[in-house]
Design a protein around this ligand. Structure first.
Ligand SMILES: Nc1ncnc2c1ncn2[C@@H]1O[C@H](COP(=O)(O)OP(=O)(O)OP(=O)(O)O)[C@@H](O)[C@H]1O
Ligand SMILES: [Mg+2]
Length: 337
């Protein structure tokens, strides 16, 4: 049985740009899928296809058990969406924005009011509740938009880069809100460019690049694909780099990389802490003084690099600035095409 969010072979082209090139996804109920990829990878386009805002050229999607192409209205009633660009009414206050959403979802006036108060507290907007949203900072708008997506608790939620533009404290707080939401049984698809965020929140991570899912698994599974842990050594003297490199090659399970200017050498290993002690002894016996040594697990950055040849934060070449501006401008008033 397909999960709460299911997509098969989604293709979407914009002129010459193949934004989606056959996206497959399957998100079990009550779990979080992190869609991770660089600018222009196709994250927002995927979210728009799954939330009925955009019709794919081909492929099929089922959300909350409903066919997205055939039952778009029913899908809309079963989902919550927080888009990449905050969609709040500038002229209404924070409180009014939230109450309006409640009323749109058929809440009674009293209930909508009470829910607005709860969310304003939860998102630290109580002090600004009665100011028009146009006076809010970027991070405050972002928070208001997320609060609006949570007025009712739909079974399936989509969040497109929920924490972009938030400061570290607000990001942490939002992570807590998201965790609470999921522990209540909500299925969530979130997109992010932050490896740490996917690591922290997502049960499963789908790495997207050029409109395709190029790898999927838990954070641990993805990391395991890059081949275990790394030993990192910083030698005290630059002249010792060649000898230290020789030592590390003796222990390594892959290529040793050297960063000359920081005097740092890195090598993939298997064998854990015991091996680390052996490396230290060997370096010591060769008279190499070290400033730092550590055993670290591969990061998702290592994963992305090994899968795509570029890091997640690097821009891919096909995101024309003109296109992007248009996308931003149009993203809010979209109807099904
Ligand atoms: N309405 C549109 N018209 C033309 N091209 C578009 C449109 N929407 C998206 N694209 C193109 O499709 C590709 C995928 O865009 P998308 O917005 O899905 O990327 P993304 O992964 O969300 O990127 P970002 O991290 O920058 O938000 C890009 O090359 C983009 O320029
Ligand atoms: Mg996007």
């Amino acid at each position: 049985m397909p999960g709460a969010i299911y997509a098969e072979g989604l293709v979407k082209t914009f002129g010459d740009v193949r934004a989606l090139d056959g996206v497959d996804l399957d998100v079990p109920e009550g779990t979080v899928l992190g869609l991770l990829g660089p600018n222009g990878a196709g994250k927002t386009t995927t979210v728009r296809c799954l939330t009925t805002l955009l019709r794919p050229d081909s492929g099929r999607a089922v959300v909350a058990g409903l066919d997205v192409a055939r039952q778009p209205d029913a899908v809309r009633r079963s989902i919550g969406l927080s888009g990449q660009f905050a969609a709040v009414d500038e002229y209404l206050t924070g409180r009014e924005n939230l109450q309006m959403v409640g009323r749109l979802y058929q809440m009674g006036a009293k209930q909508a009011k009470a829910r607005a108060v709860e969310l304003l507290e939860q998102f630290h907007l109580a002090d600004a509740a009665d100011r028009p949203a146009k006076t809010y900072s970027g991070g405050m708008r972002r928070r208001l938009d997320l609060a609006a997506a949570l007025v009712v608790s739909p079974p399936v939620m989509f969040m497109d880069e929920p924490t972009t533009g938030l400061d570290p404290r607000n990001r942490q707080q939002l992570w807590e809100v998201i965790k609470q939401l999921v522990s209540g049984g909500t299925t969530l698809l979130l997109t992010t460019q932050y490896l740490e965020e996917a690591d922290h929140l997502a049960h499963d991570i789908a790495v997207v690049d050029h409109g395709r899912v190029i790898a999927q698994g838990t954070s641990d599974q993805l990391k395991a694909r890059t081949g275990g842990e790394r030993v990192e050594v910083v030698v005290h003297e630059r002249d010792h780099i060649p000898t230290a490199g020789e030592v590390l090659r003796g222990f390594g399970k892959g290529e040793t990389t050297v960063e000359e200017h920081t005097r740092k050498l890195t090598v993939p290993v298997t064998g854990g802490a015991k091996l680390l002690a052996e490396v230290i002894r060997e370096l010591d016996s060769r008279g190499i003084e070290i400033d730092d040594i550590a055993l670290r697990r591969p990061t998702l950055d290592d994963v992305f690099l090994s899968l795509t040849g570029h890091t997640a934060e690097e821009k891919t070449e096909d995101t024309g600035e003109a296109d992007r501006k248009d996308t931003r401008k149009d993203s809010r008033k979209e109807t099904v095409k």
